[in-house]
Design a protein around this ligand. Structure first.
Ligand code: SF4
Length: 507
């Protein structure tokens, strides 16, 4: 048994690099390196006992992602040869750990699907994957501990690592483990690298305008059926639902003529009760004396009075996807904002007013926020959700980041199609100008992955503003989503090459 680590106190807590990887001279050097010790103390590198503990799942995921395996000797537990043509894209959100891997099992044709990594095969049911529709596309279960006769294709990692666990543990704390593997880079990366910054920007802005117009076309179709204001409400609600809850939010907006007829908008509190009740998002448990419980009881009092009227349209709570959602993005909070808008009744007119006014580019977002802001709410300005404790400081129901999502996905497309529909070319050009000048949206996993696949690295100047982000997402929608992770059959690289050769890339 090696001596206790100096920072481990009474508990013998060793890094595997100390305990099991003496062949690595870097690791031996770190034993007398105080900076290396700081990393251990702060948990920058995993600390665990090789003989007593299982490796952390994070290490196993990194092993799969970077394929730190004897790749030419892989076999599933049932004895089939496994070829990993692409490990998939690491999914940091709810759902399987890796999306869209490309694998070949035995002599079968290659399949594209998801990969889940667990310590044990039993994790599949223990974590509820068997009941979760998100896991239907899983084509391989990767586990640490050996298992006999698993019910699905399973790879056991213990026997196929390319290094000892100690070395892999050390590697996980290094830069190399954080660099995305080269396999993430798409086939368009090379032709895109031949473009200068102005050409890249021009390409992304063109794609962004296509995105604006396709969102606008959807709004126009809906407006023909339901009117411009109703089409706007539905787009706003979809954007408020994020990708997890866009559908139930849209459904509630479709119910606006019933839930909030234009001639009799109730007060915001009554509307909150009605929207949350119809959404199936009022908590069943109303016990307690905390302000949140008292508030929920008040909402129930309102909802009980009118529940029979709206019950035929109420949504079941199961339609909401709340797992992994940040409290600030909870649909309860978004519906509270919507209740204020409906109660006030003049949001479409305010948005039109913003469109007609003149602003400097730097003032665009602030001026629109002023029009959409609903001011202080006695409860929601101080609580994230109906179950949250009081916040130390007040938070607005609508902030700049969410406003940007609303502007890009609902407001600017709605204004653009109304201008186009009304044959006002000047107004349409002005809205396009505002769209292209809009400040950047919050970065997210989809954008990071898209940049990695298309550009490998991300010079910030290329991505300044929301429009390059929107253009990047449009390319993903148009091309990446129609090809597999190996980019097979994707025509985008060829189109970029042809564009470079043509006059288009020089204009
Ligand atoms: S699928 Fe096409 S657009 Fe997407 S990364 Fe591959 S080559 Fe590029």
């Amino acid at each position: 048994m090696p001596p206790p680590h100096p920072f481990a106190g009474g508990n013998v807590r060793l890094t595997l690099c100390e305990a099991g990887a003496k062949s690595n001279c870097e690791m031996r050097r770190n034993q007398s390196n105080f900076y290396a010790d700081w990393r251990l103390r702060c948990g920058v590198v995993p600390v665990f006992r090789e003989d007593h503990e299982r490796p952390p799942e994070r290490l196993l995921q990194a092993v799969w992602f970077h394929q730190r395996l004897h790749r030419d000797q892989l076999q599933t537990v049932d004895g089939r040869v496994l070829q990993v043509l692409h490990p998939g894209f690491w999914n940091r959100e709810a759902g399987p750990d890796f999306r869209d891997a490309v694998l070949r099992l035995g002599g079968e044709p290659a399949v594209s699907g998801d990969v889940e990594v667990d310590l044990t095969a039993g994790g599949w049911t223990a974590h509820g994957h068997d009941r979760n529709p998100d896991f239907r596309r899983v084509v391989l279960h990767v586990v640490w501990e050996p298992v006999e006769r698993p019910p699905r294709p399973t790879l056991c990692l213990q026997s196929c690592l390319d290094s000892s666990l100690g070395e892999l543990s050390f590697w996980l704390g290094t830069e190399a483990a954080h660099d995305p593997p080269a396999v993430l880079t798409g086939q368009c990366c090379l032709p895109l690298r031949d473009l200068d910054d102005a050409q890249v920007r021009a390409l992304l802005l063109q794609a962004a305008l296509v995105r604006l117009q396709s969102k606008a076309a959807r709004l126009q179709t809906r407006a023909r059926e339901a009117g411009w204001a109703q089409a706007l409400w539905e787009a706003l609600f979809r954007a408020l639902g994020y990708k997890q809850n866009a559908w139930p939010m849209q459904r509630l907006a479709e119910l606006k003529p019933r839930l909030c007829p234009a001639d009799t908008p109730p007060d915001p509190h009554a509307l909150q009760a009605r929207l949350l009740g119809a959404a199936g998002l009022l908590p069943a448990d109303v016990r307690g004396r905390q302000p949140a419980s008292v508030y929920v009881r008040g909402l129930w009092d309102e909802w009980w009075r009118e529940r029979d009227t709206f019950a035929p349209w109420a949504l079941p709570p199961s339609v909401w996807r709340l797992g992994g959602l940040r409290p600030a993005n909870h649909p309860q909070r978004r519906l509270a904002l919507a209740a204020h808008w409906w109660s006030r009744g003049d949001l479409p007119r305010r948005i039109e007013h913003w469109c007609l006014a003149r602003f400097k580019d730097s003032e665009l977002a602030r001026a629109l926020l002023e029009q959409c802001d609903v001011g202080n709410d006695p409860f929601w300005s101080h609580h994230w959700t109906l179950r949250s404790p009081r916040l130390p400081a007040g938070r607005p129901l609508l902030g700049p980041s969410r406003l940007t999502d609303l502007a890009l996905n609902a407001i600017l497309p709605w204004l653009w199609i109304r201008a186009t529909d009304g044959r006002s070319d000047t107004a349409a050009r002005e809205i396009e100008r505002r769209y292209l000048a809009w400040p950047a949206a919050q970065d997210n996993a989809a954008l990071r992955l898209a940049r990695q696949r298309l550009f490998a690295s991300t010079p910030p100047r290329r991505f300044r503003g929301a429009a390059p982000q929107q253009g990047t997402l449009q390319i993903v929608r148009d091309f990446c989503e129609h090809a597999n992770a190996l980019c097979e059959g994707c025509r985008f690289p060829q189109l970029v090459r042809e564009w470079v050769r043509s006059a288009g890339a020089t204009t």
